[in-house]
Design a protein around this ligand. Structure first.
Ligand code: PEP
Length: 249
């Protein structure tokens, strides 16, 4: 009943040529009809992707947004602007935003609210550091990150979020959580969501992210509480990303 989502996070990578390469490959590829596919692009590529992916069964997304709808925030981009250029999704709280750009839980909640206000679907990213895992606080850390956002939303808003569990130690490192490790955290997150509302626990889409690739995707995606993937490095390779999309079908 939960539709899988495979979302590629290009981070600050790519080019117009890469957008075109993906568009051409996805035009002829067999895409699994039961899987949602999204490209979280650097914002300047959204207009080209909007044109080149027109008619393809894929969605576009962005990687962050400013919490305010407009104003004197030089260099920033609002949710409405992303929406105007075809974004359906936006990542919020990615670990690189949290660590490199000092976005704390309050900043993350403000961005989730801004995304909802703009009609975007936020993909809330959360996850523990290696130290937190090694000291046995994974569940406490992710529950706190989840609650910091979900406590601030009402029932209908909560239903509009996708959550991506991304252990920080697995992002861009080549170290993937084992399917069992990922499943354990996904189950804990789902149980935590069910405390808000039983239906939310059942319907919330929970993605795994962290060095997912064409070789490990199927085993991760086969876990009962993993509903898709957020993919960084492997989303820049056409064949690898396609293979991951197909393994979610
Ligand atoms: C990410 O950036 O969200 C991510 C999961 O990256 P990678 O797949 O490269 O670990």
């Amino acid at each position: 009943m939960r539709r899988p989502l495979i979302a590629g996070n290009w981070k600050m990578n790519g080019s117009l040529a890469l957008v075109e390469r993906f568009a051409q490959a996805f035009t002829t590829a067999e895409l699994p009809a039961e899987v949602d596919i999204a490209f979280m692009l650097p914002a300047p590529y959204l207009p080209a992707a909007q044109r080149s992916f027109a008619g393809l069964p894929v969605s576009l997304g962005a990687q962050t947004l400013h919490p305010e709808p407009k104003g004197a925030y030089t260099g920033e981009i609002s949710g409405a602007m992303l929406k105007e250029f075809g974004a359906h999704y936006v990542l919020v709280g990615h670990s690189e935003r949290r660590s490199l750009f000092h976005e704390d839980d309050t900043a993350v909640l403000a961005r989730v609210r801004a995304a909802l206000q703009a009609g975007l679907e936020p993909v809330l990213c959360l996850g523990e550091t290696l130290e937190e895992r090694e000291t046995g606080s994974t569940e406490a850390v992710v529950s706190k990150q989840l609650a910091a956002v979900f406590d601030g939303l009402d029932e209908s808003e909560r239903r509009r979020l996708t959550v991506a569990y991304e252990p920080v130690w697995a992002i861009g490192t080549g170290k993937t959580a084992t399917p069992d490790q990922a499943q354990e955290v996904h189950l804990a997150l789902r149980q935590r969501l069910a405390q808000y509302d039983t239906a939310l626990g059942e319907t919330a889409r929970l993605l795994y992210g962290g060095s997912m690739n064409k070789d490990n995707a199927a085993a991760l995606l086969a876990q009962p509480d993993i509903d898709g993937g957020l993919i960084g490095g492997a989303s820049l390779q056409v064949d690898d990303f396609l293979a991951i999309c197909q393994s979610a079908g």
